[in-house]
Design a protein around this ligand. Structure first.
Ligand SMILES: NC(=O)c1ccc[n+]([C@@H]2O[C@H](COP(=O)([O-])OP(=O)(O)OC[C@H]3O[C@@H](n4cnc5c(N)ncnc54)[C@H](OP(=O)(O)O)[C@@H]3O)[C@@H](O)[C@H]2O)c1
Length: 352
């Protein structure tokens, strides 16, 4: 078992370096969930490096405050380099209309060079989305996959044949290594994996895990399929797709933990503040993921483990025979749900 304590301290003290200034000059970068934490810090990094940045927020007023923050931090007030768009990932219709508006917006007219799908949450209570799914599954898994597929289609069309492929980055978590997927095999032959995890009776109330980890593992599985779709002809990659884990970062992600006992809140707060890096440091991993080469298509970008350690740790949930079977089932369930509920996805298939 790898001890994470020294590595977390190392990450906290010696962060990922930022690329030279102007590395993203003239590029357009989308960051979802950019009103706080890692998304906001990533927006500052990309804008500092010369990019035009599109931020998303559930509320336009919070989005405007985030835009002001970025412009002031970077010293680009009034230059029209930061844009805000509304996106609520608890509803499919919002994801579809967001991509539609993006395509027709002034900010999106050149297409995207980088899209970072960062929006996320922690729930300790069972909360259902308007689509009928538990909110973590809805946001991390179903809506992130939907957004990824819609963006992939557009990014590929816009940039086809250009020498440098654009980047699509999915924010996952190291915690995808935690769930026990042997049980998932059984659920798949019963009510289905998604339905099992979506049943309140199977929800670990008052706990962050395994709920959070399960939604990120399902996303990790789905991104493998998205990677396959992103491969172009002649062994080229049309869009470089990566997953990234920023490590433990001291953000407001655990706001729903405030509903826990005072002792648990105290523990979470001390744990994050002692071991968590700053959002500035954590968001550097997003910048690193946005600069991967075609050879790194599909790579999981992270700094906690060595590649060899990760290969070993990923066996049960990612590469074992059981994991490969579970992965296929999870993908089938996700894509069936999305194609049933979102006609725009069917249209993409027809026009492919
Ligand atoms: N912090 C960590 O240690 C850590 C570690 C590994 C991975 N991550 C991942 O990093 C990402 C960012 O987390 P963070 O730590 O920066 O937390 P955060 O400060 O709470 O930021 C989360 C962002 O997601 C947005 N969001 C939440 N629900 C949404 C929805 N239904 N639709 C659209 N946007 C929504 C929030 O927007 P509102 O302002 O509208 O709420 C906020 O901007 C998450 O995916 C998280 O799982 C974090």
């Amino acid at each position: 078992m790898v001890s994470l304590f020294p590595r977390r301290l190392r990450d906290k003290i010696w962060p990922e370096p930022l690329p030279p200034l102007a590395s993203f000059k003239g590029q357009t970068v989308l960051v979802t969930g950019a009103t706080s934490g890692l998304g906001l810090a990533a927006a500052v990094h990309f804008a500092t490096s010369g990019a035009r940045v599109i931020l998303t927020s559930r509320s336009l007023s919070q989005g405007s405050s985030a835009k002001e923050h970025v412009e002031q931090r970077v010293g680009i007030v009034g230059q029209g380099k930061v844009h805000v768009m509304e996106l609520d990932m608890s509803r499919y219709s919002s994801c579809v209309s967001f991509v539609d508006q993006l395509k027709h917006s002034e900010a999106g007219h050149t297409g995207l060079d980088v899209a970072v799908l960062n929006a996320g949450l922690v729930n300790v209570d069972f909360v259902q989305s308007p689509e009928g799914w538990e909110q973590t599954i809805q946001v991390h898994t179903l809506s992130t996959v939907l957004l990824g597929l819609l963006l992939l289609h557009w990014m590929r069309l816009k940039r086809k044949g250009e020498p440098k492929p654009p980047h699509l980055v999915f924010v996952t978590s190291r915690k995808h290594l935690l769930p026990d997927v042997t049980a998932w095999m059984k659920w798949s032959t019963q009510e289905g994996i998604l339905q099992h995890l979506n049943d309140e009776r199977n929800w670990a109330s008052g706990e962050i895990d395994p709920n959070y980890s399960e939604s990120k593992l399902m996303l990790t599985y789905a991104v493998e399929q998205i990677c396959k779709r992103a491969a172009g002809s002649n062994e080229r990659v049309d869009v470089i797709v990566n997953t990234v884990c920023p490590g433990l970062v001291n953000t407001d992600l655990g706001r729903s933990v405030s509903k826990m006992s005072w002792l648990m809140r105290l523990f979470v707060s001390i744990y994050f503040s002692v071991l968590g890096k700053s959002a500035d440091y954590g968001a550097r991993s997003y910048v690193a993921a946005a600069r991967t080469s075609e050879d790194e298509h599909g790579k999981y970008v992270q700094s906690i483990y060595t590649d060899e350690e990760y290969r070993h740790l990923a066996i049960p949930n990612v590469t074992s025979n059981t994991a490969v079977r579970v992965k296929k089932m999870v993908w089938n369930e996700i894509i069936t749900e999305l194609e049933d509920k979102v006609p725009a996805l069917k249209d993409l298939k027809d026009s492919a």
